[in-house]
Design a protein around this ligand. Structure first.
Ligand SMILES: Nc1ncnc2c1ncn2[C@@H]1O[C@H](COP(=O)(O)OP(=O)(O)OP(=O)(O)O)[C@@H](O)[C@H]1O
Ligand SMILES: [Mg+2]
Length: 250
């Protein structure tokens, strides 16, 4: 589904190499987790995949369902099925949460040549999904993320993901700042979306999240590269021993 080969990325503004040859394949139906020390390039990878400005790909490739995505605009990538739940969700003053989501859903449908969702279908669906995530009606009416608590923002990201039903879901530290109950809600939201034709890339620092969202594969990223790949046991190893041994191999 997602195939990244030898991806090298530097900052546009500076001569600073951040990704130094990332190789990663996420198969449909699978959950891949990425762990790794602060500053190793995890968020950068998610930004480059989703099309954020400020980065320059100097080598390598990334395809989604066989399509080269690195030359696409962010909205084209989204229409192709790419979704990123931000580590730091952005506030959008003046734009109602529900209006924002409805525009996003319909823009993607349009880009794919599908019919727009009717207001009543949209309302029905968003209300049901918001309820599962314990997001109340008031939060749907407020401007996107403005004044939301940290945990509310993270839940709102999952609501967006549920409404957009992307092919590849990238979650960047969606667990950070969540209380125990919210972590469960968010995990349930993610697990409900697991399906044979959808892949997940879950970036996290903690084994805790992976108790709820059971990964098929765990990767360790260090200094801009994947330095080790294994099963869920790798996350436990990190929890117990830290990253020292992986950084040596890097
Ligand atoms: N715009 C920028 N200017 C300068 N340095 C940057 C910029 N963007 C990223 N970096 C650097 O790139 C490196 C990778 O950052 P990134 O945010 O990808 O790390 P991360 O693995 O997500 O870390 P964390 O676990 O703390 O979220 C860091 O050293 C960071 O300082
Ligand atoms: Mg990060």
């Amino acid at each position: 589904m997602l195939e990244i080969k030898n991806l090298h990325v530097k900052l546009e503004e500076e001569d600073k190499q951040i990704l130094k040859g990332v190789d990663l394949t996420v198969e449909a139906g699978k959950v891949h987790a990425i762990m790794g020390p602060n500053g190793s390039g995890k968020s950068t990878l998610s930004y480059v995949l989703s099309g954020r400005e400020g980065y320059e790909v100097t080598d390598g490739s990334a395809t989604l369902l066989g399509e080269d995505i690195l030359d696409l605009e962010p909205e084209e990538r989204a229409a192709a099925g790419m979704f990123l739940a931000f580590q730091y969700p952005v506030e959008i003053p003046g734009v109602g949460n529900m209006t924002f989501l409805r525009s996003a859903v319909n823009a993607q449908r349009k880009a794919r040549g599908e019919e727009e969702m009717s207001s009543s279908d949209f309302l029905k669906e968003i209300r049901a999904k918001a309820k599962e995530l314990q997001i109340d009606a008031d939060m749907l009416k407020r401007p996107v993320n403005v004044g939301f608590s940290g945990g509310e923002k993270k839940r709102n990201e999952i609501l967006q993901m549920a409404m957009l039903a992307p092919k590849l879901c990238i979650l960047d530290e969606t667990d950070s700042g969540l209380d125990v109950d919210a972590m469960k809600l968010v995990s349930e939201g993610v697990n409900a979306l697991r399906s044979p034709d959808r892949g997940f890339l879950v970036i996290t620092h903690y084994q805790r999240l992976l108790d709820h969202i059971k990964p098929d594969v765990v990767h360790i990223m260090s200094d801009g590269k994947i330095v080790k790949t294994g099963g869920p046991e790798l996350a436990l190893e990190v929890e117990n021993n830290g990253y020292a041994e992986f950084q040596e191999t890097a």
